[in-house]
Design a protein around this ligand. Structure first.
Ligand code: ADP
Ligand code: MG
Length: 296
């Protein structure tokens, strides 16, 4: 099969297509979509470890994300998924390479790129509506416009009747929807989501998948969604990228050419998830080997 460190070649793609099952279509990592919204070029990042040496977390990532695309990224724990999202958000600087959005190099955070993560960062002392308005207030938006936008996005996530509630009064799924409304309210071009539904039960997650797919279709946002759940990736993504274990590289890309709206239990979604998992499994095994090597 394909060595994990090497990019997928045209012949690999051809071979994979010929043994294709379940509508599987593979595209090459360097396939250039028209009009990239986000362009990651030869990006690497190394961290300094506590022992003083360097840990190469990301190595030579090349990635183009189309305007309005729903891109999912899967990879074993520790492969650099969060690091990549932080760099695209502008919270970290790469060691080498670059990220541009609409052809402008990213050199810091911006309200046009919003990151949602599992811990959410909602303010417990503010009501739901005030949480949603928070980013707009920081951006100097007038109070009447803030109110209108908060009402609009709370309607979109079906939380209008909870606008005066506090965060502790909400379920996990509702909190996720507040975080989504808050992110959408600033009307970002690119929404980055870092395992946002990982802590939710399966039924709540299914409902949020439906809502996110609908909101994505209605708003035309570009979404980059990190998950370790291959079913979730096949359910949501237009394309799924599989990353290698450390250092994180792009191992393979899957084009998920399945009709929408999808359901997680659709047999074609399950088939695609199986194919993705096959690619991912070798990387998960490497991460486990590494982990156990350090056990006494
Ligand atoms: P993932 O999100 O895929 O689990 P991360 O991006 O969080 O991976 O981390 C990638 C690698 O970089 C891991 O080995 C992690 O331990 C290391 N790492 C992450 N953040 C830091 C940091 N601030 N300093 C040093 N090492 C880090
Ligand atoms: Mg992470």
């Amino acid at each position: 099969m394909i060595p994990s460190s090497n990019p997928v070649t045209a012949s690999d793609v051809y071979a994979a297509d010929n043994r294709s099952k379940s509508n599987l279509a593979l595209v090459r990592p360097d396939a250039s979509p028209a009009e990239p919204k986000v362009c990651v070029r030869n990006l690497s990042l190394s961290y300094s470890s506590t022992k003083g040496d360097r840990l190469l977390a990301l190595d030579g990532i090349d990635l183009k994300v189309r305007t309005g695309e729903f891109l999912c990224i899967v990879g074993p724990s520790g492969c650099g998924k969060s690091t990549l999202l932080h760099i695209i958000t502008g919270l970290h600087h790469p060691t080498s390479g670059s990220v541009s959005v609409d052809d402008k190099i990213v050199d810091g955070p911006s309200t046009s790129r919003i990151l949602i993560f599992q811990e959410l960062g909602l303010f417990p002392w503010l009501t739901v509506a005030d949480n949603v308005e928070f980013g707009l207030k920081m951006a100097g938006v007038s109070s009447s416009e803030r109110r209108d936008k908060a009402a609009h996005y709370l309607r979109m996530v079906h939380l209008s009747q909870f606008r005066e509630s506090y965060i502790h009064q909400l379920s996990g799924g509702m909190r996720q929807r507040v975080a989504l409304a808050r992110a959408l309210a600033t009307e970002p071009d690119v929404l980055l989501m870092d395992e946002p539904f990982a802590a939710l039960d399966a039924q709540t997650r299914d409902i949020l998948h439906d809502e996110l797919e609908r909101i994505w279709a209605d708003t035309g946002r570009t979404i980059i969604f990190v998950t370790h759940n291959v079913r979730e990736a096949a359910r949501l993504g237009d394309r799924v990228i599989v990353m290698t274990f450390r250092p994180g590289r792009i191992k393979r890309e899957f084009l998920v050419d399945l009709p929408r709206p999808r359901q997680i239990e659709d047999s074609l979604v399950a088939g695609m998830a199986r194919d993705i998992l096959e690619e991912l499994r070798a990387e998960i095994n490497k991460s486990l080997e590494q982990e156990y090597r350090h056990q006494p």
